[in-house]
Design a protein around this ligand. Structure first.
Ligand code: NAP
Length: 254
């Protein structure tokens, strides 16, 4: 056991995250989850994430998208949060271009129902070179599927439901090497269940008493996944934790 002492000031809180080598994923692409929780693990307050997130967390959340080749999000989060396309500062966009990436990463929405508002900013306001994608399954309603295809590039990955491995394979084949999953808990839980979460960026906000919704909701029967703590930062009573999936020797159930 060690006491963590306050360490050096970090002038740019994004810098430690930009330094992480995500070029050698365990599978076709690297998957990072980025979530915020209360001290009691709650992932939302009154169905929204807003009042859960402290000022430095909001700032880091927005800037973290610089690491992404694509931002993956569940349809319920898009519906509840009124998700829009990614925005980044001019300097972040320039840094991405220097690395040969497009200025902005697209968003990909996972949905079986395809109950999505095609007039919403997330579809109409996305740049031409980073259109919002939809990932669905072949059980989707054919009329809704045809409608989706009129508004977005659509990936069909799975039969009755989107199979995360198939979806990630399709994203990797399209050149998306770093997938940033911004939740919600159901989608994140599906990635955990198939052992596809390489990294979790978890902010702990100094409050309790939100919705009874944990940061990840794994499907019944999912085993335990283990992670190694790789980084800790703090500001404004908020903890910023970085975990990576533990190696195979620690993944075995004891
Ligand atoms: N604390 C945080 O960091 C954080 C982050 C994000 C969201 N949130 C909160 O979390 C709540 C929403 O999360 P949630 O867990 O209810 O929903 P979610 O994960 O955002 O979305 C679930 C929806 O995604 C689609 N989906 C997920 N897995 C699928 C699969 N395998 N195949 C087909 N479709 C699939 C389905 O959409 P269809 O219903 O369209 O079929 C499903 O209903 C909100 O309150 C939001 O504020 C918190």
């Amino acid at each position: 056991m060690r006491i963590l002492q306050p360490g050096v000031e970090v002038p740019d809180p994004l810098a430690p995250y930009l330094e992480v080598d995500r070029s050698r994923p365990r599978h076709e692409c690297w998957v990072t989850g980025h979530m915020v929780a209360g001290i009691d693990g709650t992932a939302a307050i009154d169905g929204r994430v807003g009042s859960l997130s402290t000022r430095p967390d909001q700032k880091l959340f927005r800037s973290m998208r610089q690491i992404a080749d694509i931002v993956l999000v569940g349809a319920e989060t898009v519906r509840r949060e009124g998700y829009g396309p990614v925005k980044l500062s001019d300097s972040a966009q320039a840094q991405r271009r220097q690395l040969g990436k497009p200025s902005l990463p697209p968003v990909a929405v996972v949905s079986r129902s395809l109950n999505l508002d095609w007039t919403a900013r997330i579809f109409t306001g996305a740049p031409d070179d980073a259109p919002t994608h939809v990932i669905t399954c072949s059980a989707a309603d054919p009329e809704r599927l045809a409608e989706a295809q009129r508004h977005a590039p659509v990936i069909v990955a799975g039969d009755e439901r989107v199979e995360p491995e198939k979806a990630l394979r399709a994203l990797a084949e399209a050149g998306h090497q770093v997938v940033l999953c911004e939740g919600g808990p159901t989608l994140l839980g599906e990635l955990v269940a198939v052992n596809r979460l390489d990294e979790l960026l978890l902010s702990i906000s100094p409050l309790m008493g939100g919705d009874p919704l944990p940061v990840a909701v794994t499907p019944p029967g999912t085993g335990i996944s283990r992670f190694d703590l790789q980084g800790v930062m703090a500001e404004d009573n908020t903890l910023f934790l970085r975990y990576e999936s533990a190696g195979p020797e620690r993944q075995r159930d004891e």
